[in-house]
Design a protein around this ligand. Structure first.
Ligand code: MTE
Length: 312
């Protein structure tokens, strides 16, 4: 079992930007930032800007962080294509501002939240999380965000609200992949209310101390580190509180392969492959996948009454 402890150092203090980006990339990006004002941002790379004032958050892992180039160059974001390089290549057309997230459904205070209002709702924290994709690879990513629960508390869920449904932007002009029926667009995902309120679950607005690059789900996404990566919906425009378990885009596409819970579980195979091991991006040998991605101490009790083979 990996040791969890509060991260007391900011990722940007551990690793200077020129190191995590690679010095040459950093110089390119810094120049690009100046250019971006006049010429429009270049793909992904220069869309990022420093996020100030975040503080170390709990649950950090001290495992080596995955380099910036992999975190932002090896992505799943089907709205921009299904190859790992597609999001970095094509997500330049996403306009992360202005941006509004609609909070609706079974809440006392529904409303449209402008991204700047969202950013100011709670103090930003740095959270270095292990992330495990259902495809069998993993990364360690220093997110910036705050617990989704800060927003949930503000909108006051009704007693009948049991689940949250997240919906991603659905705009063909900004997302070229939407022309292809890879999924039943828009991308939707869901969490049980207690999962959404869990202190590990983040509303993320940045990584490596900068605003989220488009390919990572700018300007705001969900991060749920004990579940397979697809539960972490990107570029969200709506959060709906509902009574019944929502049907996610992946459940609709392949119900035998993708269940609602999707907790990282080395003991339950995917319909077509084992989930016992994973390849950490940047490493050669595979490592054993940990139950709940190593966050069991924090989350296992939420599933104590659940048959994890049935509710996969
Ligand atoms: N969100 C949207 N809107 N569209 C997607 O295709 N892919 C998911 C998830 N969120 C996806 C998404 C999958 S399969 C993974 S593994 C993670 O995003 C990847 O996040 P990352 O590219 O920031 O590592």
């Amino acid at each position: 079992m990996l040791i969890q402890h509060p991260a007391d150092i900011r990722p940007s203090e551990i690793t200077p930007a020129e190191v995590y980006r690679g010095r040459r990339e950093f110089i390119r990006a810094a120049g690009g930032l100046a250019l971006a004002a006049g010429l429009g941002a270049r793909v992904g790379e220069v869309a990022a800007a420093k996020l100030t004032g975040s503080r170390p958050g709990p649950f950090g892992t001290r495992e080596e962080m995955t380099p910036w180039k992999d975190v932002t160059g090896y992505n799943n974001f089907y709205e921009f294509g299904s190859d790992k390089e597609d999001p970095a290549r094509h997500a330049g057309s996403l306009r992360p501002r202005p941006w509004t997230v609609r909070v609706e459904g079974l809440v006392r205070r529904p409303g449209d939240y402008d991204i700047d209002t969202l950013l100011g709702l709670a103090p930003l924290e740095d959270r270095i999380y292990r992330m495990r994709c259902v495809e069998g690879w993993s990364m360690v990513i220093p997110w910036v965000g705050y617990p989704l629960d800060a927003l949930i508390r503000r909108v006051e869920p009704l007693g009948s609200a049991r689940y949250l449904e997240f919906t991603t932007l659905n705009d063909r002009a900004q997302m070229p992949g939407l022309r292809y029926p890879l999924l039943d667009w828009p991308y939707t995902e869901g969490l049980r209310l207690d999962e959404a309120r869990h202190p590990l679950t983040l509303l993320a607005v940045g990584l490596y101390g900068e605003t989220l690059p488009n390919q990572n789900g700018a300007p705001v996404r969900i991060v749920v580190p004990w579940k397979y990566g697809f539960k972490s919906a990107k570029s969200i425009v709506s959060i709906r509180f509902v009574e019944k378990q929502p049907l996610s885009a992946w459940m609709k596409a392949a119900p035998r392969e993708y269940g609602f819970y999707s907790n990282v579980n080395p003991e339950v195979d995917h319909a077509r492959w084992s989930q016992a091991k994973e390849r950490r991006i940047g490493e050669f040998f595979k490592r054993k996948t940990l139950m709940y991605n190593g966050y069991g101490e924090q989350v296992a009790r939420m599933y104590s009454n659940l048959d994890l083979r049935r509710y996969f």
